[in-house]
Design a protein around this ligand. Structure first.
Ligand SMILES: N[C@H](CCC[C@H](N)C(=O)O)C(=O)O
Length: 269
């Protein structure tokens, strides 16, 4: 079966988007997602995005990480899908229904409400027992936020000085996080600006993580470190994050269509 795809990215966090809303595709599984995402033998992407019909929203967005794991949310892909769809839409994800709206060559997304309670992250026991990486003993204990998907956030003096490629995998799979976790290393520049690097669950170092920007921003806001509208600067560029009085997170930023192509389903399944 010949399948069309659209290659997209949000600040360099890249996606292969398959659209099964008008006509079904064969069932997607972890192995097929991993094969498509492989950067040498597949098409290559951080996440594979599969659009399907929905009974509860305008359509459904399924998200598969580079390692094949299916997850609840993807901020950058939400903006890419808004661009592809071409108009405002409510999108069902396994992390909840989000609202997307194309805007100025990108999109704005209502990501819903953050959850801070430990069993919603989830974490297996009280956060202050996370085994801090060697040499980090002096830093304050991290925070954890669920914005559809789980995030741990460390505030450090200089995010660029942290060997995130080394410690990311260790924290991602720490037994404290039964579902693994996305690892955010942030520096507060001032009350309107955060610098952030992310080791993503199931994908590793990415140029940007939209949900990581949301989680880090609301954690900093909750701690009174920044205003309730901030710019988050990631290696791939800037996102604008706001946490409104109704407890909903809004993310605004660019989205890009790189190219389109097609492949034989049997090549990867
Ligand atoms: N790695 C994430 C999913 C992709 C999130 C990221 N690409 C974004 O833009 O939010 C997880 O396993 O929860």
């Amino acid at each position: 079966m010949r399948v069309d795809f659209t290659k997209m990215h949000g600040l360099g966090n890249d996606f292969v988007v398959l659209d099964a809303r008008a006509a079904p595709l064969p069932a997607m599984d972890e192995a097929t997602a991993r094969a498509i995402a492989d950067r040498r033998t597949g098409i290559g992407c951080d996440q594979l995005i599969l659009l399907e019909p929905s009974d509860t929203a305008d359509f459904r967005m399924r998200i598969f990480n580079h390692d094949g794991s299916e997850v609840e949310a993807c901020g950058n892909a939400s903006r890419a899908v808004a661009l592809l769809h071409g108009s405002a839409a409510r999108v069902e994800t396994s992390g909840g229904v989000i609202a997307v709206e194309p805007r100025n060559g990108g999109a704005s997304v209502d990501m819903g409400e953050p959850r801070f309670d430990w069993d919603a992250i989830p974490v297996a026991y009280a956060m202050d027992t996370l085994r801090m990486p060697v040499g980090w003993e002096g830093l304050e204990a991290p925070g954890a936020v669920n914005v559809g998907n789980p995030h741990v956030i460390f505030f450090v003096p200089d995010t660029d000085a942290i060997p995130l490629g080394e410690i990311g995998p260790e924290i991602e799979s720490d037994p404290l996080f039964p579902e693994r976790i996305n690892v955010n290393i942030a520096t507060i520049v001032d009350r309107q600006h955060i610098r952030l690097r992310v080791w993503e669950r199931g994908a590793g170092l990415t140029r940007a993580c939209g949900t990581g920007a949301c989680a880090t921003a609301v954690h900093a806001m909750r701690r009174g470190l920044v205003e309730r509208e901030v710019t988050v600067t990631l290696p791939g560029g800037d996102l604008e994050i706001a946490w409104d009085e109704g407890n909903r997170i809004h993310m605004t930023g660019p989205a890009t269509e790189s190219f389109r192509g097609s492949f034989e389903w049997g090549d990867f399944a």
